[in-house]
Write a protein that binds this ligand. Structure first.
Ligand code: AMP
Ligand code: GLY
Length: 427
């Protein structure tokens, strides 16, 4: 099997790495990829960019691939998976219509309501007066979400009513601006990736992400600063419960609407005292959770994604998992999640191999004119390590992080710390 992976991040690097380890996969091509992916797969340019579905389909056809895996949300929402399927090539990724589960928070809420999926109460507002009424009706803490895609930065959670209104105003000022005001959900957050073939839902192992930029969950939201899996503190029945109460009803509702969901339904949950509640749906693998989930998946990935893309997920047997703990820590550029400084040299990557099990996934990296590896984005690297215990995995990952040099960079030092200290509980 020959697979084309679309994207540029550490998530795609982790997907490519897992595909390359699948004995059924003979070749992996990535477009446009990054310098880390280039070391394990052939990287091809995408001259029309990630939103050019026709360009992606043309590349898939020219390289005669058997499967296309689309990593990020933007091409999915723009219809890249539709273009690939129209070219007759199996694609792991939802259609533009199905990707609206991520692309429009109000659409996701509508589907959840129709499927009776437990989620936060919400008001969709188009005026500031409506926003003020919703804030008063739901009370603090206030949760204010841009309706459209915002790269993980469209959500403000605050006790400050004026800050909530300021964010809502900024969202409403965009063209066609709509804002969703939500009930605050209390409880630890979990990410669960559900592979879907339009009808069958197969959950992967739950993971936990760290969205805020600073230790102790301080500072602004980011795309994600680290993750770990498994979650020893969560109920063992969690994945099955989420499938039966959330993912399967949502997938059934999408099929009923004539927009079958094929790809990853990423269920972002709060484990509240009243049970799991959906915080958000995404239509793709999460980054950085993918780095730890795939680090533990022993079932070959290529066969799984191909089965999902061709409606055969029901024939896949139980998944096999390593019982090791995986932790990933993101190394971010100076000033991220503000406009990141780029072009700083990255050093020490070869020394990471001295740390048992540790390895590095690339995200915002590039080669400058003389071939030096430099930073080229906000989240630059995702360092991964495994261990027999969470504390061993944490020790290793931070030892590996310390080997990497990037001037001005920052990372969280408390990824998976509360879980290691057994401080987490549900609700
Ligand atoms: P989202 O982009 O919807 O995942 O939101 C980003 C982050 O905001 C989530 O990971 C949560 O930490 C927080 N958040 C979003 N919605 C809620 C909610 N209803 N209650 C509490 N926190 C929320
Ligand atoms: N880590 C969360 C996301 O990918 O949206």
């Amino acid at each position: 099997m020959k697979v084309l992976v679309i994207g540029t991040g550490a998530r795609e690097h982790a997907i490519v790495r897992a595909l390359a380890a699948d004995p059924e996969v003979d070749a992996v091509i990535a477009a446009p990829g990054n310098p880390g992916i280039d070391a394990v797969a052939l990287c091809e340019p995408l001259p029309g960019g990630l939103l050019d579905g026709g360009g992606i389909a043309a590349l898939a056809r020219a390289r005669e691939v058997d499967l296309v895996v689309i990593g990020p949300e933007a091409p999915l929402v723009a219809g890249a998976a539709d273009a690939v399927r129209e070219a007759g090539i199996p694609c792991f990724g939802p259609s533009a219509e199905a990707a609206r589960l991520e692309g429009s928070k109000s659409f996701a809420k509508e589907v959840m309501a129709a499927a009776e999926v437990p989620t936060a109460l919400a008001h969709v507002c188009t005026t500031l007066e409506g926003v003020q009424e919703a804030l008063d009706a739901l009370g603090a803490p206030h949760v204010v979400k841009d309706d459209g895609l915002a790269a993980g930065k469209g959500v403000v959670v605050t006790n400050d009513r004026n800050a909530a209104i300021d964010h809502a105003r900024a969202c409403l000022e965009k063209e066609g601006g709509r804002v969703v005001i939500e009930e605050y959900l209390e409880g630890p957050e979990v990410s669960l990736f559900c592979l879907c073939d339009g009808t069958t839902v197969l959950p992967l192992a739950p993971a936990q992400d760290f969205k805020r930029v600073g230790d102790n969950d301080e500072g602004p939201n980011t795309g994600g600063m680290g993750a770990y899996s498994p979650l020893d503190w969560a109920p063992a029945s969690l994945a099955d419960e989420v499938v039966s109460r959330i993912a399967q009803p949502a997938v059934d509702e999408m099929a009923r609407r004539g927009a079958p969901f094929v790809g990853v339904l990423f269920v972002g949950l709060a484990l509240t005292s009243r049970g799991p509640r959906v915080i958000e749906f995404n239509a793709r693998f999460g980054d950085p959770e993918t780095q730890v989930v795939l680090a533990r998946l022993e079932t070959p990935l290529g066969g799984l994604l191909a089965a999902a893309a061709t409606g055969r997920l029901g024939q896949v047997g139980p998944l096999r998992w390593s019982d090791q703990h995986a932790v990933t820590v993101v190394i971010a550029s100076h000033n991220y999640p503000g406009t990141p400084r780029t072009g700083d040299p990255i050093t020490g990557l070869d020394d990471v191999a001295d740390v048992p099990t540790a390895y590095v996934m690339h995200a915002g990296t590039a080669r400058d004119d003389d071939g030096t590896l430099v930073s080229a984005g906000g989240r630059v690297l995702s360092v991964v390590a495994l261990g027999d215990s969470l504390s061993q995995a944490r020790e290793r990952v931070y030892e590996a992080v310390d080997k990497v040099g990037l001037e001005g960079s920052h990372h969280r030092s408390d990824i998976a710390l509360a879980a290691e200290r057994q401080e987490l509980h549900v609700g």
